[in-house]
Design a protein around this ligand. Sequence first.
Ligand code: C5P
Length: 220
Amino acid sequence: PPVTVVAIDGPAGSGKSSVSKEAARRLGFGYLDTGAAYRALAWHAVERGVDTSDSAAVLDATGDFDYAISLDPDHYWVRVGEADVTEAIREIRVTEAVSGVARVPAVRQSINAMFRAMVAGSGRPGVVVEGRDITTVVAPDAPVRILLTAAPEVRAARRSAEISGHDATAVADALRRRDTADSKVVDFLTAAEGVTVVDSTELDFEQTVDAVLGVIAEGG
Ligand code: C5P
């Protein structure tokens, strides 16, 4: 039987990753963090000293880019070749490089093909796929499509709570810069037709999970 896709898009700090992972757990579904693939490629490029503002150089770096992402919400990891990069892809140097690799169209196409293959081969009844262009590009026909949003100041506050040792203003500025760069590639701040908006501004984690599971129960 075909794998049921739950597509969830949204900006950083909306609670997208933690909520998607928890929803997958409760449903017995797989969990695919698509941002991790872009981060893994950014890590790979940075490690090799590739200038990530140079599209041709980024595309070239995909040639020997071999990565794997766990789809198990209870055992999450990301690998590039033999290296476990689960933690390393969250480093600031990677976060600052990621928009540069994500804006190359040929990179997106090959990564999207990989996502579709991973979902089809997941061995699970369904997969919660989370990112920026899942509802519109990767899985526009998914039976459930959700845009998870939150007010910018709430997103920035959540992010700085996650990242210790950096002042809140710097975190908010970095988030805004990344949103601005990413918005030029995909519009993840407005819901496409048929996409249900869940606004987590006034919700805590449990309430957001419940809201998402409610949308899924209603079939999108
Ligand atoms: O979700 P996360 O913040 O980990 O995503 C990292 C980066 O990957 C984003 O800033 C964006 O540049 C890119 N991305 C993307 N399309 C996706 C998921 C992530 O371009 N579907």
